[in-house]
Design a protein around this ligand. Sequence first.
Ligand code: FES
Ligand code: FE2
Length: 444
Amino acid sequence: MSPTSDLEAVASHPHAITDPKRVPAQRYYSAEFARLEKEKLWPHVWQVACRLEDIPETGDYIEYEINNESVLVVRESEDSIKAYYNACRHRATALGNGAGTFHGGQIVCPYHGWRWNLDGSNSYVYASQRGFTPACLDKENLRLRECQVGTWGGMVFINMDPQAPPLEQYLGGIKKVLDPIGFDRMRVRWWRHVILPCNWKMAQEAFLEAYHVMQAHPSLAMGAADDDYDLDAFAGDFECFDEGHAHMRPSTSGELPVKGMTKAEYFVQYNNALYFGTDAFTTEREMFIQQGLLDKDIPDDEFPAKFFEALYEYAQGAGIPLPPPVTNTTGYGHIFPNLTFLPGYGTNIIYRSRPNGDDPENCVFEVWAVQIPGAEAGEPERPEREGPIPVDQWPQIFQEDFQNVIGQQKGVRGSGVDDLMMSGPYEAMIINSHRTIDRHLGGK
Ligand code: FES
Ligand SMILES: [Fe+2]
């Protein structure tokens, strides 16, 4: 399906897209538009609330916040996870903050000591007989209110809409693209966040296209500019799905994006740029293998193939269940509304962008570095979220992206633009995402 050809103009809400190549600027700063998203988008979509590793043991919980909602994701048992609105049924006190464990299988309100079992049923009301009417004490009335929960790929998704179709149906076509990547085998290496002074969509969109690489990331473009950098040799075509998800297939041209470089030079420099720029896409494991090959006299053209050979040999020895190379599946992609991923060598960089409270010009942007561990690794620690980390303390490549979206937010709310122009071939994932937002906001 083309991301733009069947766009239905939805004029029923403010700042709707009527021309698929133009995104109205107000969508990034209007309080009215943010309010519509809060009412019609966020409560009805499946969104990643946490990773399974965040709640490894029965009773473990982690808090997920979106707009003014706080939801506690709780491990009820080895094979059951629940998500509860974080409010006591007595006088609304939050039952958990951040992350922790409900010991003894009891969720206890810190204010007057009411309690719940991990399945959300109430187990105790202090001085209940004299204190409350039978209607108040009705079992159903006392239950913690809950969200739907689904799991996929090592992640826990929630949906606040009890009528929403199941997660599997929601993921639709993108699931088939992502399943071979082995998300479910990956574990967190690091998890960091930043508060960015821009709309949540704007932050995300820096990771939904490769069109900016030539100008914004000199280390990834090897310093080549304009006609010396062949974007079509770097980025392939986009596959967009009705649910708003999309991904980019890697280019199959066999050409290198940068003229005048050998295959080995490009491959090694690209890995280096992403190792020193992220320590997530390329990690120490691949750098070790790459160095081993560089010490040998391998013909330039054969270097990438030899690298993969050595990588899979190493993985076999270390008991690392590596998936097939991602070059056969996807370059990067998007799970609507707010998760983006960049797969590497049994690694992945996962981004989550969401509004920071109700401010349309502020967002929480998180990055997880995940990797398939070796057989001897054992169960990792519960991941700790670092930050907020100031923009200038992130690795260079992230700083380049963050500075761009901060600058973009500055421009978008002024009089210099009415709308943002989109490239059909290169910015298709952004268009697809906006089109899906409009479907939610227009009630379609
Ligand atoms: S507010 Fe929770 S027990 Fe009173
Ligand atoms: Fe970027």
